[in-house]
Design a protein around this ligand. Structure first.
Ligand SMILES: *Cc1c(COP(=O)(O)O)cnc(C)c1O
Length: 642
């Protein structure tokens, strides 16, 4: 069965063959010319400064010759790049690039806007704020800047920095009520002691912040400044972590709970913020999805020993397995523990999976019910996945990577927080002057974007790229959603084909999909028939993977397909799942952990982002071709070993 590719997708990409080359070229040339005319029309009375005969001079020509030579060399070298655009590429989280994004980025580059502030980016800084609102709508946050609890989002270099920003904001919000107490601000109805202040939930922290801003606004001019400075001096951002906790000896450095499947950016973030890696507590998973019982037990332990919790992280689309954590359950756990006096932030790392939410959204931003979403698929989405999407709007902040499932060039991550008022705490300069709740105030505030983001100077061309993409393909199921829809349709075909493949090669190897995919990432475990040793199976899979990865010493065309590899660790699988998988593969459980390569299960990993995996035009299924290729390789390897 060959499913339908929605025709609209045919205009989206340059295409595996460069089919849309004319469109792409025209856009680049048109808008480059347009830029040149802009220069010439700025002050047409200014004559050309570079002499018209300069191009005839030997030094000019020598320069041009060197330039061309270097560019030719670069272009030649780049032919060794990974062919992300090809339906033969099933490796990492990248595919072809959307023409709207690439065209907007190339168009904007020569104007060189710097989104650090509106002075340097009168146009693109607003686009970045709009992108935040577009993503907020996709995720189910309030996205109307007229509302005072409107969400806010900005771009980052990637998911790593967005996750870091989430930690930074959560810590600022957690420590602020303690600072208000230390500054002895009157009339705010502050918590009774430091512990209670440090255990407030983010929503309560934001309410307190607002009370403080109102109170401050009611003070006379000189008093206002004095109080602001007095509070500033008590803030964790001023004192540093050491200074802050030295002053408040009833408090401990808070911990962050994240699943074992979490990306290593969490470890980096803990180090960078100075909280320390030891404060990152990795929670077990079951079938690669966060184990809520374990989280609940950990939260109870924390409450019992008065250990503050900064944040609980849920992953919406894990990097290695594409699995989706029970965000709804995590939010419910948070509500329960807040009632018990243990407040913390809930952050969702949706760097990979964020754009999947487009399939769940109507054009007005409302959530589509499960049966409506499921209409396009055989199995997707599972009820837990639908429930996880429905709960996104109740979290505090979310990371999304436009440069992953947004099909945009690298350098585009995004951080979105549910309630923008918290951002005042990240401002480098006192941000208490903004009081209103009109869209003008909202935009005016964030035009000095550099005050709030971890970076300073930052290309406005990326904001333009993401904004234009979201305008051409709005983030709902009828538009952008068609793209992930196609990849999920392909994933279901891939999954079904993997099961047929398992039967076809049964005489040579035991093959299984270790857990049903939540999204468009499918893993495959393969064990040579008769082998009982995990280490031997791992060596076998590594050898297969060697054929599926880039090898700069050989021409690209030698490679038939590209895939990636990952491992299953028993603590991410859970005991039952580990046992089930070892058994299904015919492995002796005693060989688990027996030697160095045997403490985890090595498997193949396939990221299915390319919408042309099934080529309707020519009736080619690259999925079939891939499994034919894999079957050949498995038979050859098993025969060679015999
Ligand atoms: C990719 C990824 C990150 C890191 O994002 P970068 O854009 O590579 O910095 C973080 N979390 C998850 C779940 C990811 O998939």
């Amino acid at each position: 069965m060959i499913p339908n590719v929605p025709p609209a997708l045919d205009a989206c990409f340059l295409g595996p063959y460069g089919e849309n080359a004319d469109l792409r070229e025209q856009l680049v040339v048109d808008f480059l010319r347009d830029h040149v005319y802009w220069r010439r029309n700025f002050h047409p009375e200014d004559p050309p400064a570079i002499p018209t005969h300069a191009a005839a001079r030997p030094d000019y020509q020598a320069f041009e010759a060197r330039l061309r030579r270097e560019l030719h060399q670069l272009s030649a070298a780049l032919k060794k790049s990974v062919p992300f655009h090809s339906p033969r590429y099933l490796g990492h989280m990248v595919s072809d690039l959307l023409i709207p994004g690439l065209a907007a980025q190339i168009l904007t580059l020569p104007y060189n806007p710097n989104n650090v502030s509106e002075d340097a980016a009168p146009v693109t800084v607003d686009l970045e704020v709009q992108v935040g609102l577009q993503l907020a709508k996709m995720l189910g946050y309030v996205h109307d800047p007229k509302r005072k609890d409107c969400a806010f989002g900005h771009l980052t270099s990637g998911g790593t920095v967005a996750n870091y920003q989430a930690l930074r904001l959560a810590l600022a919000l957690k420590a602020f009520p303690v600072a208000l107490r230390a500054a002895e601000v009157p009339d705010l109805d502050l918590p009774d002691d430091d512990r209670a202040a440090f255990h407030l939930a983010p929503a309560a922290g934001i309410a307190l912040l607002e009370r403080w801003q109102d109170w401050l606004a009611s003070q006379a001019n000189g008093e206002r400044r004095r109080w602001r400075e007095r509070v500033q001096e008590q803030r964790i951002e001023h004192l540093g972590i050491a200074g802050f906790f030295a002053r408040h000896d009833s408090l401990r450095v808070p911990v962050v709970l994240a699943p074992t499947t979490a990306h290593y950016s969490w470890s980096k973030g803990m180090k960078l913020l100075g909280l320390g890696r030891a404060q990152l507590r990795l929670m077990p998973a079951r079938g690669m999805r966060l184990d809520l019982e374990a989280v609940d037990a950990e939260l109870r332990r924390c409450a019992a020993v008065r250990q503050p919790v900064l944040m609980a992280v849920g992953v919406f689309g894990s990097t290695e397995y594409g699995t989706i954590d029970p965000i709804d359950g995590l939010v419910a756990l948070r509500e329960h523990h807040v009632e018990q006096g243990l407040g913390f932030a809930v952050h969702v790392d949706a760097a990979w999976g964020g754009y999947l939410a487009t399939m769940f959204r109507n054009e007005d931003g409302s959530l589509r019910p499960l049966p409506a979403v499921r209409d396009s698929f055989r199995h997707f989405p599972s009820p837990p996945v639908h429930a996880a999407v429905a709960a996104l709007g109740r979290t505090d902040s979310i990371t999304v990577d436009p440069h992953k499932l947004g099909y945009l060039p690298y350098g585009a991550g995004a951080f979105i927080c549910r309630d923008h008022r918290a951002m005042a705490l990240l401002a480098e300069e006192a941000d208490y002057v903004f009081h209103g709740a009109t869209p003008q105030d909202y935009l005016a505030r964030y035009r000095s974007l550099g005050q709030y983001i971890p970076e300073g100077s930052k290309s406005g061309s990326m904001a333009a790229a993401v904004y234009v993409t979201h305008q051409v393909l709005p983030l709902d199921h009828r538009h952008f959603g068609q793209l992930p829809r196609q990849t999920i349709v392909n994933t279901e075909a891939f999954h079904a084909r993997a099961q047929r493949f398992a039967t076809e090669v049964a005489a040579h190897a035991r093959v299984m999909v270790p857990f049903a995919p939540d999204s468009n990432l499918v893993c495959l475990a393969l064990n040579p028939a008769g082998n009982r040793s995990l280490a031997q199976m791992n060596a076998f899979v590594r050898a297969l993977h060697d054929e599926l990865r880039i090898d700069p010493s050989h021409p690209l065309q030698f490679k038939e397909f590209f895939g990636s590899m990952t491992t299953l660790k028993p603590d991410a699988l859970g005991e039952d799942e580990t046992r089930r998988i070892l058994q299904a593969l015919g492995l002796d459980p005693h060989t688990l952990g027996q030697d160095e390569d045997g403490d985890r299960i090595v498997i193949l990993r396939h990221t299915l982002m390319n919408p042309y995996l099934i080529d309707q035009e020519n009736g080619i299924s690259y999925i079939d071709r891939y499994f034919d290729f894999l079957a050949r390789r498995v038979r050859e390897r098993v025969a060679a070993a015999a």
